[in-house]
Write a protein that binds this ligand. Structure first.
Ligand SMILES: *Cc1c(COP(=O)(O)O)cnc(C)c1O
Length: 416
Protein backbone atom coordinates (compact mmCIF):
# COMPACT_ATOMS: atom_id res chain seq x y z
CA UNK A 1 0.00 0.00 0.00
CA UNK A 2 1.34 3.46 -0.82
CA UNK A 3 0.78 6.42 1.43
CA UNK A 4 -2.45 8.30 1.07
CA UNK A 5 -1.30 10.95 3.51
CA UNK A 6 1.82 12.96 2.72
CA UNK A 7 3.73 15.25 5.05
CA UNK A 8 3.93 18.94 4.15
CA UNK A 9 7.70 18.71 4.45
CA UNK A 10 10.17 16.67 2.39
CA UNK A 11 13.10 14.57 3.58
CA UNK A 12 15.48 17.07 1.98
CA UNK A 13 13.94 19.97 3.89
CA UNK A 14 14.04 17.97 7.12
CA UNK A 15 17.74 17.28 6.59
CA UNK A 16 18.33 21.03 6.33
CA UNK A 17 16.21 21.78 9.38
CA UNK A 18 17.92 19.27 11.67
CA UNK A 19 21.23 21.04 11.12
CA UNK A 20 19.75 24.02 12.99
CA UNK A 21 17.19 22.38 15.24
CA UNK A 22 17.98 19.01 16.79
CA UNK A 23 15.12 16.52 16.78
CA UNK A 24 12.54 16.15 18.11
CA UNK A 25 10.64 19.32 17.19
CA UNK A 26 7.16 20.33 16.17
CA UNK A 27 7.01 21.91 12.73
CA UNK A 28 4.17 24.16 11.53
CA UNK A 29 3.14 25.04 7.99
CA UNK A 30 2.28 28.75 7.69
CA UNK A 31 0.84 28.38 4.21
CA UNK A 32 -1.51 25.60 5.28
CA UNK A 33 -2.65 27.55 8.33
CA UNK A 34 -3.44 30.67 6.31
CA UNK A 35 -5.20 28.86 3.45
CA UNK A 36 -7.36 26.93 5.88
CA UNK A 37 -8.24 30.04 7.92
CA UNK A 38 -9.32 31.79 4.72
CA UNK A 39 -11.59 28.89 3.79
CA UNK A 40 -13.15 28.97 7.27
CA UNK A 41 -13.88 32.69 6.95
CA UNK A 42 -15.29 32.16 3.47
CA UNK A 43 -17.56 29.36 4.68
CA UNK A 44 -19.22 31.70 7.17
CA UNK A 45 -18.98 34.92 5.14
CA UNK A 46 -22.78 34.86 4.75
CA UNK A 47 -22.93 35.98 8.41
CA UNK A 48 -21.73 39.58 8.57
CA UNK A 49 -20.60 39.33 12.18
CA UNK A 50 -18.89 35.94 11.93
CA UNK A 51 -15.66 35.41 13.78
CA UNK A 52 -13.47 32.42 14.59
CA UNK A 53 -11.86 32.72 18.03
CA UNK A 54 -8.89 30.38 17.87
CA UNK A 55 -8.75 28.04 20.89
CA UNK A 56 -5.37 29.15 22.19
CA UNK A 57 -4.98 26.03 24.32
CA UNK A 58 -4.51 23.97 21.13
CA UNK A 59 -1.28 25.77 20.14
CA UNK A 60 -0.37 28.52 22.60
CA UNK A 61 2.39 30.16 20.60
CA UNK A 62 2.42 33.90 19.79
CA UNK A 63 3.75 33.32 16.25
CA UNK A 64 0.81 31.04 15.48
CA UNK A 65 -1.65 33.42 17.16
CA UNK A 66 -0.23 36.29 15.09
CA UNK A 67 -0.77 34.42 11.80
CA UNK A 68 -4.37 33.67 12.71
CA UNK A 69 -4.92 37.21 13.89
CA UNK A 70 -3.73 38.48 10.52
CA UNK A 71 -6.36 36.20 8.97
CA UNK A 72 -9.02 37.93 11.08
CA UNK A 73 -9.36 35.50 13.98
CA UNK A 74 -9.92 36.42 17.59
CA UNK A 75 -8.57 34.33 20.47
CA UNK A 76 -10.39 31.98 22.82
CA UNK A 77 -8.63 31.74 26.18
CA UNK A 78 -9.32 29.49 29.14
CA UNK A 79 -6.64 30.37 31.69
CA UNK A 80 -4.59 33.18 33.18
CA UNK A 81 -1.49 32.52 31.10
CA UNK A 82 -3.49 32.19 27.89
CA UNK A 83 -4.97 35.61 28.66
CA UNK A 84 -1.45 36.90 29.31
CA UNK A 85 -0.37 35.59 25.90
CA UNK A 86 -3.02 37.90 24.44
CA UNK A 87 -2.14 40.80 26.73
CA UNK A 88 1.52 40.69 25.70
CA UNK A 89 0.54 40.84 22.03
CA UNK A 90 -1.86 43.74 22.52
CA UNK A 91 -4.90 41.57 21.88
CA UNK A 92 -7.80 42.94 23.94
CA UNK A 93 -11.53 43.57 24.15
CA UNK A 94 -13.85 41.89 21.71
CA UNK A 95 -10.92 40.03 20.16
CA UNK A 96 -10.86 37.73 23.19
CA UNK A 97 -13.41 35.16 24.25
CA UNK A 98 -12.80 33.82 27.74
CA UNK A 99 -14.35 30.33 27.96
CA UNK A 100 -13.12 28.63 31.09
CA UNK A 101 -14.56 26.44 33.81
CA UNK A 102 -13.85 26.09 37.53
CA UNK A 103 -12.41 29.57 37.05
CA UNK A 104 -10.02 31.10 39.61
CA UNK A 105 -10.78 34.68 40.68
CA UNK A 106 -7.51 36.07 39.26
CA UNK A 107 -8.41 34.76 35.80
CA UNK A 108 -11.70 36.69 35.86
CA UNK A 109 -9.83 39.80 37.03
CA UNK A 110 -7.48 39.73 34.03
CA UNK A 111 -10.25 38.78 31.59
CA UNK A 112 -12.27 41.79 32.78
CA UNK A 113 -9.25 44.10 32.69
CA UNK A 114 -8.59 43.11 29.08
CA UNK A 115 -12.27 43.60 28.23
CA UNK A 116 -12.60 39.99 27.07
CA UNK A 117 -16.06 38.57 26.45
CA UNK A 118 -16.62 36.36 29.46
CA UNK A 119 -18.41 33.07 28.96
CA UNK A 120 -19.87 31.85 32.28
CA UNK A 121 -19.68 28.11 32.82
CA UNK A 122 -22.09 28.04 35.77
CA UNK A 123 -24.94 30.00 37.28
CA UNK A 124 -23.02 30.41 40.57
CA UNK A 125 -20.30 32.20 38.63
CA UNK A 126 -22.58 35.22 38.28
CA UNK A 127 -22.15 36.09 41.96
CA UNK A 128 -18.55 34.92 41.95
CA UNK A 129 -17.73 37.22 39.03
CA UNK A 130 -19.62 40.18 40.51
CA UNK A 131 -17.87 39.78 43.86
CA UNK A 132 -14.51 39.36 42.14
CA UNK A 133 -14.55 42.28 39.71
CA UNK A 134 -17.26 44.44 41.30
CA UNK A 135 -19.72 44.51 38.40
CA UNK A 136 -21.34 42.49 35.65
CA UNK A 137 -20.08 43.33 32.15
CA UNK A 138 -22.64 44.64 29.66
CA UNK A 139 -21.79 41.85 27.23
CA UNK A 140 -21.81 38.36 28.70
CA UNK A 141 -22.12 34.78 27.49
CA UNK A 142 -23.50 31.65 29.18
CA UNK A 143 -22.44 28.09 28.43
CA UNK A 144 -25.26 25.62 27.87
CA UNK A 145 -25.33 21.89 28.64
CA UNK A 146 -28.51 20.15 27.46
CA UNK A 147 -27.68 16.91 29.32
CA UNK A 148 -28.53 13.47 27.99
CA UNK A 149 -26.96 12.47 24.71
CA UNK A 150 -26.08 14.54 21.71
CA UNK A 151 -27.41 12.71 18.69
CA UNK A 152 -27.32 13.32 14.98
CA UNK A 153 -29.80 11.20 13.03
CA UNK A 154 -30.10 8.70 15.91
CA UNK A 155 -26.34 8.31 16.21
CA UNK A 156 -24.93 9.19 19.61
CA UNK A 157 -22.07 11.65 19.16
CA UNK A 158 -21.31 12.34 22.82
CA UNK A 159 -22.94 12.44 26.25
CA UNK A 160 -23.24 16.01 27.56
CA UNK A 161 -25.10 14.53 30.54
CA UNK A 162 -21.75 13.29 31.81
CA UNK A 163 -19.86 16.49 31.04
CA UNK A 164 -18.91 18.94 33.78
CA UNK A 165 -19.47 21.99 31.59
CA UNK A 166 -22.25 24.49 31.25
CA UNK A 167 -25.69 25.21 32.69
CA UNK A 168 -28.96 23.32 32.43
CA UNK A 169 -31.75 24.80 30.37
CA UNK A 170 -33.71 26.14 33.39
CA UNK A 171 -30.48 27.63 34.73
CA UNK A 172 -29.89 29.43 31.41
CA UNK A 173 -33.25 31.23 31.74
CA UNK A 174 -32.59 32.07 35.37
CA UNK A 175 -29.04 33.23 34.62
CA UNK A 176 -30.22 35.56 31.86
CA UNK A 177 -32.84 37.11 34.16
CA UNK A 178 -30.33 37.65 36.97
CA UNK A 179 -27.72 39.04 34.59
CA UNK A 180 -30.25 41.45 33.07
CA UNK A 181 -31.16 42.72 36.54
CA UNK A 182 -27.48 43.26 37.19
CA UNK A 183 -27.07 45.37 34.06
CA UNK A 184 -26.07 42.97 31.27
CA UNK A 185 -27.32 44.22 27.91
CA UNK A 186 -25.99 41.84 25.26
CA UNK A 187 -25.97 38.08 25.56
CA UNK A 188 -24.23 35.15 23.99
CA UNK A 189 -24.93 31.43 24.07
CA UNK A 190 -22.14 28.87 23.94
CA UNK A 191 -22.08 25.06 23.88
CA UNK A 192 -19.48 22.42 23.15
CA UNK A 193 -21.27 19.10 22.83
CA UNK A 194 -18.99 16.77 20.87
CA UNK A 195 -15.26 16.61 20.19
CA UNK A 196 -13.30 15.80 17.03
CA UNK A 197 -16.41 15.29 14.91
CA UNK A 198 -15.68 14.68 11.25
CA UNK A 199 -19.31 14.71 10.11
CA UNK A 200 -20.42 17.85 8.30
CA UNK A 201 -23.65 17.71 10.31
CA UNK A 202 -22.20 18.56 13.73
CA UNK A 203 -22.27 22.36 13.60
CA UNK A 204 -25.66 22.48 11.84
CA UNK A 205 -27.17 20.09 14.43
CA UNK A 206 -25.65 22.04 17.30
CA UNK A 207 -26.75 25.32 15.72
CA UNK A 208 -30.32 24.03 15.49
CA UNK A 209 -30.39 23.39 19.27
CA UNK A 210 -28.74 26.69 20.14
CA UNK A 211 -30.84 28.77 17.74
CA UNK A 212 -34.06 27.31 19.16
CA UNK A 213 -32.84 28.02 22.67
CA UNK A 214 -31.90 31.55 21.62
CA UNK A 215 -35.40 32.21 20.32
CA UNK A 216 -36.94 30.89 23.55
CA UNK A 217 -34.55 32.87 25.72
CA UNK A 218 -35.22 36.03 23.77
CA UNK A 219 -39.00 35.58 23.82
CA UNK A 220 -39.26 34.66 27.51
CA UNK A 221 -36.70 37.00 29.04
CA UNK A 222 -36.54 39.79 26.45
CA UNK A 223 -32.76 39.46 26.43
CA UNK A 224 -30.92 40.74 23.38
CA UNK A 225 -28.95 37.81 21.94
CA UNK A 226 -25.94 39.28 20.19
CA UNK A 227 -24.03 36.15 19.28
CA UNK A 228 -24.08 32.38 19.32
CA UNK A 229 -20.80 30.57 19.82
CA UNK A 230 -20.67 27.10 18.26
CA UNK A 231 -17.39 26.50 20.08
CA UNK A 232 -14.92 23.87 18.85
CA UNK A 233 -15.14 20.20 18.10
CA UNK A 234 -14.86 20.14 14.32
CA UNK A 235 -12.50 17.28 13.68
CA UNK A 236 -9.76 16.35 11.26
CA UNK A 237 -9.00 13.02 9.57
CA UNK A 238 -6.14 11.57 11.59
CA UNK A 239 -6.31 8.35 9.57
CA UNK A 240 -5.49 8.23 5.86
CA UNK A 241 -9.00 6.96 5.06
CA UNK A 242 -10.74 9.48 7.34
CA UNK A 243 -13.31 12.02 6.15
CA UNK A 244 -12.07 15.58 6.03
CA UNK A 245 -14.94 17.80 7.11
CA UNK A 246 -16.09 20.04 4.27
CA UNK A 247 -16.05 23.45 5.90
CA UNK A 248 -18.00 25.04 3.03
CA UNK A 249 -20.78 22.47 3.50
CA UNK A 250 -20.67 23.05 7.26
CA UNK A 251 -20.99 26.82 6.84
CA UNK A 252 -23.85 26.32 4.40
CA UNK A 253 -25.56 23.88 6.79
CA UNK A 254 -25.43 26.47 9.58
CA UNK A 255 -26.74 29.15 7.21
CA UNK A 256 -29.80 27.03 6.35
CA UNK A 257 -30.67 26.53 10.02
CA UNK A 258 -30.09 30.24 10.66
CA UNK A 259 -32.53 31.15 7.86
CA UNK A 260 -35.00 28.59 9.14
CA UNK A 261 -34.99 29.49 12.86
CA UNK A 262 -33.40 32.84 13.65
CA UNK A 263 -34.49 34.95 10.69
CA UNK A 264 -38.25 34.24 11.08
CA UNK A 265 -37.93 35.12 14.80
CA UNK A 266 -36.60 38.56 13.86
CA UNK A 267 -33.12 37.56 15.02
CA UNK A 268 -31.33 37.87 11.69
CA UNK A 269 -28.66 40.09 13.26
CA UNK A 270 -27.18 37.40 15.53
CA UNK A 271 -23.44 36.98 14.98
CA UNK A 272 -22.03 33.47 14.65
CA UNK A 273 -18.80 32.69 16.47
CA UNK A 274 -16.70 29.55 16.41
CA UNK A 275 -13.88 28.57 18.71
CA UNK A 276 -11.99 25.88 16.85
CA UNK A 277 -8.56 24.65 17.77
CA UNK A 278 -8.01 21.30 16.10
CA UNK A 279 -9.55 22.25 12.76
CA UNK A 280 -7.48 25.45 12.58
CA UNK A 281 -4.10 23.91 13.38
CA UNK A 282 -4.13 20.11 13.64
CA UNK A 283 -3.12 19.13 10.09
CA UNK A 284 -0.64 22.02 9.78
CA UNK A 285 1.78 20.74 12.38
CA UNK A 286 3.86 17.58 12.64
CA UNK A 287 6.36 16.12 15.06
CA UNK A 288 9.73 15.39 13.47
CA UNK A 289 11.67 12.71 15.30
CA UNK A 290 14.62 10.43 14.62
CA UNK A 291 14.93 6.68 14.94
CA UNK A 292 17.67 6.14 17.52
CA UNK A 293 17.20 2.45 18.32
CA UNK A 294 15.76 -0.73 16.91
CA UNK A 295 14.84 -3.57 19.17
CA UNK A 296 13.89 -7.13 18.26
CA UNK A 297 12.22 -9.03 21.10
CA UNK A 298 8.70 -10.47 21.08
CA UNK A 299 7.81 -7.63 18.75
CA UNK A 300 9.75 -5.21 16.55
CA UNK A 301 10.32 -1.84 18.19
CA UNK A 302 11.47 1.42 16.64
CA UNK A 303 12.77 3.73 19.37
CA UNK A 304 12.59 7.42 18.50
CA UNK A 305 13.96 10.50 20.25
CA UNK A 306 10.48 11.93 20.94
CA UNK A 307 8.21 10.53 23.63
CA UNK A 308 4.70 11.01 24.97
CA UNK A 309 5.92 14.18 26.72
CA UNK A 310 6.11 15.70 23.22
CA UNK A 311 2.79 14.27 22.04
CA UNK A 312 0.46 12.88 24.65
CA UNK A 313 -2.56 11.96 22.56
CA UNK A 314 -1.63 8.38 21.65
CA UNK A 315 -0.72 7.53 25.26
CA UNK A 316 -3.67 9.38 26.78
CA UNK A 317 -6.51 8.50 24.41
CA UNK A 318 -5.04 5.75 22.25
CA UNK A 319 -5.31 8.32 19.48
CA UNK A 320 -4.12 7.40 16.00
CA UNK A 321 -1.43 9.59 14.48
CA UNK A 322 -0.23 8.73 11.02
CA UNK A 323 3.50 8.11 10.68
CA UNK A 324 5.58 8.67 7.55
CA UNK A 325 9.23 7.70 7.22
CA UNK A 326 10.80 10.71 5.50
CA UNK A 327 12.05 9.80 2.02
CA UNK A 328 10.19 6.48 2.05
CA UNK A 329 6.78 7.90 1.19
CA UNK A 330 6.36 5.48 -1.70
CA UNK A 331 8.17 2.46 -0.25
CA UNK A 332 6.04 -0.62 0.50
CA UNK A 333 4.70 -0.77 4.08
CA UNK A 334 5.83 -4.34 4.70
CA UNK A 335 7.24 -4.14 8.23
CA UNK A 336 5.14 -4.37 11.36
CA UNK A 337 6.42 -2.06 14.10
CA UNK A 338 5.64 -0.45 17.41
CA UNK A 339 7.07 3.08 17.39
CA UNK A 340 8.01 4.02 20.93
CA UNK A 341 9.36 6.83 23.05
CA UNK A 342 11.61 6.39 26.05
CA UNK A 343 9.25 6.95 28.99
CA UNK A 344 9.12 4.28 31.67
CA UNK A 345 5.48 3.74 30.76
CA UNK A 346 4.42 1.05 28.34
CA UNK A 347 1.78 3.33 26.82
CA UNK A 348 4.55 5.54 25.43
CA UNK A 349 3.95 4.34 21.88
CA UNK A 350 3.23 6.59 18.92
CA UNK A 351 2.08 3.60 16.90
CA UNK A 352 1.27 0.00 17.75
CA UNK A 353 1.31 -2.84 15.20
CA UNK A 354 1.74 -0.36 12.38
CA UNK A 355 2.75 -1.42 8.87
CA UNK A 356 5.58 0.85 7.77
CA UNK A 357 8.49 0.73 5.33
CA UNK A 358 11.72 -0.81 6.67
CA UNK A 359 13.18 1.71 9.11
CA UNK A 360 16.89 2.24 9.81
CA UNK A 361 18.51 3.95 12.75
CA UNK A 362 18.97 7.57 11.67
CA UNK A 363 15.76 7.74 9.64
CA UNK A 364 13.50 10.71 10.29
CA UNK A 365 9.89 9.97 11.12
CA UNK A 366 7.12 12.49 10.60
CA UNK A 367 4.23 12.07 13.03
CA UNK A 368 1.28 13.79 11.39
CA UNK A 369 -1.44 16.12 12.63
CA UNK A 370 0.26 17.38 15.78
CA UNK A 371 -0.51 21.04 15.13
CA UNK A 372 -3.25 21.16 17.77
CA UNK A 373 -3.12 19.62 21.24
CA UNK A 374 0.40 18.40 20.42
CA UNK A 375 3.21 20.47 21.93
CA UNK A 376 0.54 22.15 24.03
CA UNK A 377 -0.14 18.99 26.03
CA UNK A 378 3.56 18.45 26.71
CA UNK A 379 4.90 17.68 30.15
CA UNK A 380 8.11 16.81 31.97
CA UNK A 381 7.57 13.30 33.30
CA UNK A 382 10.74 11.21 33.60
CA UNK A 383 12.64 14.49 33.39
CA UNK A 384 11.98 14.69 29.66
CA UNK A 385 12.29 18.17 28.21
CA UNK A 386 9.73 19.81 25.97
CA UNK A 387 10.79 20.24 22.37
CA UNK A 388 11.26 23.25 20.13
CA UNK A 389 8.57 24.57 17.78
CA UNK A 390 9.62 25.63 14.30
CA UNK A 391 7.60 27.52 11.72
CA UNK A 392 7.97 26.73 8.04
CA UNK A 393 7.22 30.17 6.64
CA UNK A 394 5.22 30.90 3.51
CA UNK A 395 8.35 32.09 1.70
CA UNK A 396 10.08 28.77 2.34
CA UNK A 397 12.30 30.00 5.18
CA UNK A 398 12.11 28.63 8.71
CA UNK A 399 11.83 30.30 12.10
CA UNK A 400 12.34 29.01 15.62
CA UNK A 401 9.15 30.07 17.41
CA UNK A 402 9.91 28.30 20.69
CA UNK A 403 13.27 26.94 21.72
CA UNK A 404 13.61 23.51 23.24
CA UNK A 405 13.74 23.32 27.02
CA UNK A 406 17.16 22.79 28.57
CA UNK A 407 18.12 21.12 31.86
CA UNK A 408 18.39 24.66 33.29
CA UNK A 409 14.67 25.15 32.63
CA UNK A 410 13.99 21.86 34.37
CA UNK A 411 15.99 22.93 37.43
CA UNK A 412 14.69 26.52 37.47
CA UNK A 413 11.72 25.76 39.72
CA UNK A 414 13.65 23.65 42.22
CA UNK A 415 15.07 24.87 45.52
CA UNK A 416 18.50 23.48 46.32
C1 LIG B 1 -10.85 22.79 23.70
C2 LIG B 1 -11.85 23.84 23.48
C3 LIG B 1 -12.08 24.37 22.20
C4 LIG B 1 -11.39 23.85 20.97
O1 LIG B 1 -11.70 22.54 20.71
P1 LIG B 1 -11.22 21.81 19.38
O2 LIG B 1 -11.75 20.43 19.51
O3 LIG B 1 -9.75 21.88 19.37
O4 LIG B 1 -11.81 22.54 18.24
C5 LIG B 1 -13.00 25.38 22.07
N1 LIG B 1 -13.67 25.87 23.14
C6 LIG B 1 -13.47 25.41 24.38
C7 LIG B 1 -14.24 26.00 25.50
C8 LIG B 1 -12.58 24.36 24.59
O5 LIG B 1 -12.40 23.89 25.83
Amino acid sequence: MTEAKRPFVTKERIEELVKKYPTPFHLYDERGIRENARRVNEAFAWNGGYREFFAVKATPNPAIMQILREEGCGMDCSSLTELMLCERQGITGGEIMFSSNDTPAEDFVLAAKLGATINLDDITHINFLEKTIGYIPETICCRFNPGGYFEIQNTIMDSPGDAKYGMTKPQMFQAYRILMEKGAKEFGIHAFLASNTTTDDYYPALAMQLFRLAVELHEETGAHIGFINLSGGVGIPYRPDGHKPDIMAIGEGVRKVYEQILVPAGMGDVRIFTEMGRYMLGPYGCLVTKCIHQKHIHKEYIGVDACACNLMRPAMYGAYHHVTVAGKEDAPCDHLYDVTGGLCENNDKFATDRWLPAINVGDYLVIHDTGAHGHAMGYNYNGKLRSAEVLLCEDGSDRLIRRAETPDDYFATLNF
